[in-house]
Design a protein around this ligand. Structure first.
Ligand code: GAL
Ligand code: MG
Length: 968
């Protein structure tokens, strides 16, 4: 049946129009090795919806079909449309008894989504076939079921088909029925075929176009009908026109299509936007001639206008910035079966971290997701289920795939058109550009002129002129800041530029996000983008048998898989070929725990920002597009580098969007030293953002006070290699130039360069030890393939047993891009707690450091971020001092003061151990010590795993580096 927007479940489910029989639950099941294989006599059982690749069931035929991850490459080599002979095929069967009262009614089978080809047999009769793994298929089964008597429904789902070539998205391949299955019944002759909210605009205009199907029973048509409508808070709506057209395909008139329209003008309409998700309940009723309601449909609609004016995308006339994130239907326990509560949690989490937009990468999501986006307020780029990545160039022009392109796009639009949240239609992803796209875009433009079409593949070769027929926005992926700004300033830009993907969140990443946003906010023509992507696609896997753990697994905590489990990525199920850890690229962990980068985004997207004024006041800005600050509460916090902090409730000024007001600094500053002011903003009980500004800079070197503590008579103890021996240390400070490569370092090629240079463990040679008064000078050399690095430590004893360490490293010219320059040492005690003054509390790096400066504390374990594949982790940027201690005993603590704000990390792992471990759960913490890095320079993170490397200003130049610190 054609796609439509008349939902029978859940909103319209119990109305007078339709009765619903839900078929979710246990079904008989056999997984066959291929569609041709014979069925066994014996059946297993499994739950619907469910991915068989994720479920435990009796595998009668020994198919053992597990999740399979590939990015671009198809899992088999044959070209389209050929499929491999090994083709897992799930056969689901269930005997159902349709209520006897359904006799004489029209009965429809709805299969929410099946991956990938669905074949339907009801009562032994073949009823139909469906494709598109992410849209519903409906079948009229009136003639195949006998109400009151048992009928067998068989759903056969074939994994690989010609359609797999258009579903070649970068994600796990699964098989199964992934959304709900149900039957519904309507009047046999008269029912709503579709309802199209064709206009619900910001000025209150409403137009609803309704298609009514009226069919003859033994040649007799229903005797007349009419439509009525109701809008909550407004009242009854009358139809403008109701007319019918006969469809005389054969001489016996059997089918009528009736068209009706409801128009209204809502006075003082409350417009919908991501910041004001105002919805109105709309009910459309279909009446018989006698007035009785025979069918009805209910919607929650929003009044809003989306338009493109020059280089701006406007919502209700306002240029809104798109702070988006790409979201897949993903669940670590079920694969692709997503419950509404999970969808809500995804969207609420996204909003809480400053996102106001979702791209449904790369296929239509469950319609419930759009209900939630309407309700919670998120702009949606709704994307059709088309990605031909491995064969993109061929298929975009292949007439054999023309119908697939047009079907997939048009069926999505037919289904989702009534959602206020949908502001653009995306024709798919990474499928090159060809006439099949032109055809799909033509359909979209004709059917729904109210929303711009969006398609990256068409614009990628030339932003100024390419793809005008199919994309009204320039929506590139992973463009550099330089490129987008240059385009906006070139004078050739004709369309809004909104990146469909940027800032690849793989592992420890999202460097330079703040620079993207300062470019976007200061350059007309740039309007935001969608981070890649929402969650890491790590599947929870049992270590005991290597199978997906499933919904009964013990819970994960803070992003870490429960004991006996791990987050599996490509290859972990033994699949070949695979694309490894490339699927773990979310700004949230598989269990939705935010990564530090999510906080970075939250602060960049902060609705309230602070700046300085010339006269020493603080300027408070409302950075929102539509609303004031009324929903927020806030607290001022003053932090001083001596560790003291004061807090006061804040009175937020009343500010229209885009405006600011100056307020006096609410504290008296301490007499000396650095001081920072943070505004901790909350809304609905949750922390929204913590903008922070410096009120006073340190007025003297951070370490100056150390001078006063030098003891002339103290002795620095060294071992034979000239390394410091000290009771607080298990391993002396040495020079470190390397970090455990991040995914960006690996895929961007830096890790390989560092390996060739021999940076991981360069051999150290002692050159000289000299003693000058209290100072001991140790000169050494580290041998790299790019030449020797000279290193000098000047060690001076301090009162109370501390040491001042002043270091210099000289990098030869060829070492022009190292990971870090700094000290690494290991503590003699297993400290458990850390307190520091610097950015925090979350992990920060030089190019990802949007975090309040102040005194923070954490357990040492919690400093470490459990990236799925271990890598550099746990750093804090801008640290002035850090103290390590033990929670529960009085073992001596350890305090480090730095000469300047520095990048610091304290972990239980050596970089080399991180680098050689494939999964977080395989890491073995050092039992008796901490590993401390203090960096004079640390390379930014960038996003080179897919996109630009870190900017030159965050790379490390060769030459002389100096830093000093005290330990006590
Ligand atoms: C894009 C693509 C996404 C994903 C991403 C990298 O090119 O559209 O599906 O593959 O790169 O993670
Ligand atoms: Mg792809």
């Amino acid at each position: 049946m054609p796609a439509h927007a008349v939902s029978r479940v859940p909103s319209g489910g119990d109305g007078p129009g339709a009765a619903v029989l839900r078929l979710d639950g246990e079904w008989r099941f056999q997984l066959l090795p291929s569609p041709e294989a014979p069925l066994a006599d014996h059946w297993a059982r499994t739950a619907v919806p469910g991915c068989w690749t994720m479920q435990d069931f009796e595998d009668i035929h020994g198919v053992n079909d597990l999740p399979w991850y590939t990015n671009v490459q198809m899992p088999w080599p044959a070209p389209p449309p050929h499929v491999p002979s090994a083709n897992p095929t799930g056969v689901y069967e269930r005997a159902i008894t349709v209520p006897a009262e359904w006799a004489g009614r029209r009965i429809v089978l709805h299969v929410g989504a099946a991956e990938s080809v669905l074949l339907v047999r009801v009562g032994g009769e073949d009823v139909g076939i469906g494709k598109d793994s992410h849209l519903a298929s409906e079948f009229d089964v009136t003639d195949a079921v006998r109400p009151g008597e048992p009928t067998v429904i068989r759903l056969t789902v074939v994994k690989w088909s010609d359609a797999s070539f258009v579903e070649d998205q970068d994600q796990w391949w699964h098989g199964g029925i992934t959304r709900s299955v149900y039957l519904y019944a309507t009047d046999p002759q008269l029912y709503l075929e579709d309802v199209h909210v064709a206009e619900a605009s910001a000025d209150g205009s409403l137009r609803v176009d309704i298609r009514v199907r009226a069919s003859a029973d033994n040649g007799v048509l229903p005797e007349g009908w009419h439509i009525s409508g109701h809008l909550d808070g407004i009242g009854e709506l009358g139809p403008d026109t109701a007319y019918a057209e006969a469809n005389e395909a054969d001489e016996r008139v059997s089918d009528w299509l009736g068209l009706a329209r409801i128009s209204a003008r809502v006075p003082y309409v409350r417009t919908w936007s991501a910041e004001t998700p105002e919805l109105y309940g709309l009910t459309v009723r279909l009446h018989r001639a006698d007035g009785a309601v025979v069918d009805q449909a209910a919607y929650r609609i929003g009044f809003r206008t989306v338009e493109i004016l020059g280089r701006n995308l406007l919502v209700n006339g306002v240029r809104v910035l798109i702070r988006g994130v790409n979201r897949h239907d993903f669940d670590p326990l079920t694969g692709r079966v997503i419950d509404p509560a999970d969808m809500r949690a995804d969207l609420e989490t996204a909003k809480r971290f400053g996102f106001n937009a979702i791209r449904t990468s790369h296929y239509p999501n469950d319609p419930a997701l759009l209900d939630l986006a309407d309700e919670l307020g998120l702009y949606v780029v709704d994307e059709a289920d088309i990605e031909t990545h491995d064969h993109a160039h061929e298929l975009a022009d292949d007439p054999r795939y023309l119908a697939a392109f047009v079907d997939r796009v048009s069926r999505m639009v037919l289904r989702d058109k009534n959602h206020a949240s949908v502001i653009m239609w995306s024709l798919g992803n990474e499928s090159d550009y060809g006439v099949n796209h032109d055809a799909a875009a033509g359909w979209v433009r004709g059917y729904d002129p109210t929303r711009p079409p969006h398609y990256e593949g068409a614009v990628k070769i030339d932003w100024a002129t390419a793809g005008m027929a199919v994309s009204d926005v320039v929506c590139p992926m992973y463009s550099s800041i330089g490129d987008i700004v240059a385009h906006a300033e070139s004078g050739t830009q004709t369309r809004p530029l909104i990146m469909c993907e940027y800032s690849h969140a793989m592992g420890n990443s999202n460097g330079t996000l703040a620079e993207y946003w300062s470019a976007i906010e200061s350059t007309p023509g740039l309007q935001g983008g969608f981070i890649w992507e929402f969650r890491d696609h790590g599947i929870l896997q049992r270590l005991a048998d290597g199978r997906p753990a499933g919904p009964c697994a013990p819970p994960s905590t803070d992003g870490v898989a429960p004991p006996g489990h791990r987050w599996a990525y490509g290859g972990d199920f033994g699949e070949v070929p695979n694309d490894g850890v490339f699927c773990a690229d979310g700004i949230f962990f598989p269990d939705r725990t935010p990564k530090p980068a999510a906080y970075e985004h939250r602060e960049i997207a902060a609705p309230i920002r602070l700046t300085h004024t010339a006269d020493g006041h603080v300027r408070v800005h409302n950075r929102q597009d539509v609303v004031g600050l009324d929903r927020f509460a806030a607290t001022w916090i003053l932090a001083a580098a001596d560790g003291s902090a004061r807090a006061l409730p804040a009175e937020l000024p009343s500010l229209a969007p885009g405006t600011s007001a100056d307020v006096a600094v609410p504290f008296e500053l301490p007499t000396t030293g650095e001081a920072w002011l943070t505004l901790r903003v909350t809304g609905d009980g949750a922390e929204i953002c913590t903008p922070s500004i410096r009120l006073r800079t340190e007025d003297r070197a951070l370490l100056a006070r150390a001078d006063a503590q030098i003891v002339d008579t103290g002795v620095i103890e060294l071992d034979d290699a000239g390394l410091l021996v000290h009771p607080l240390l298990a391993a002396a400070p040495t020079l470190s130039l390397w970090r455990a490569p991040t995914d960006n370092d690996v895929l961007g090629g830096m890790a390989e360069r560092w390996r060739k240079w021999g940076l991981e463990a360069p051999a150290r040679t002692l050159v000289a030890i000299t003693r000058e008064g209290p100072r001991t000078i140790v000169r050494s050399e580290y041998a790299t393939e790019a030449g020797p690095v000279a290193h000098e430590q000047v060690l001076t004893p301090l009162h109370g047993g501390g040491v001042l360490i002043e270091e210099t490293a000289m990098l030869p010219g060829r070492l022009d891009d190292v990971a870090r320059v700094g000290s690494v040492f290991e503590t003699a005690a297993r400290h458990t707690e850390a307190a520091w003054f610097g950015t925090g509390p979350w992990e920060t790096y030089p190019d990802r450091a949007m975090a309040p400066v102040g005194r923070h504390r954490s357990t040492i374990d919690a400093l470490f971020t459990p990236y799925l594949r271990p890598q550099e982790s746990g750093g804090r940027n801008g640290v002035r001092w850090i103290a390590l201690s033990e929670a529960d005993d009085d073992a001596p603590g350890l305090t480090i003061h730095l000469d300047a704000p520095r990048q610091v990390s304290v972990t239980r792992y050596r970089a080399a151990d991180l680098a050689r471990t494939a999964h977080h759960d395989e890491l073995v913490p050092l039992p008796d010590r901490c590993v401390v890095h203090l960096d004079a320079a640390h390379r930014g993170l960038g996003t080179a795993s897919c996109g630009p490397d870190t900017l030159p200003e965050y790379r490390i130049a060769p030459g002389v580096h100096r830093w000093s610190w005290t330990i006590r």
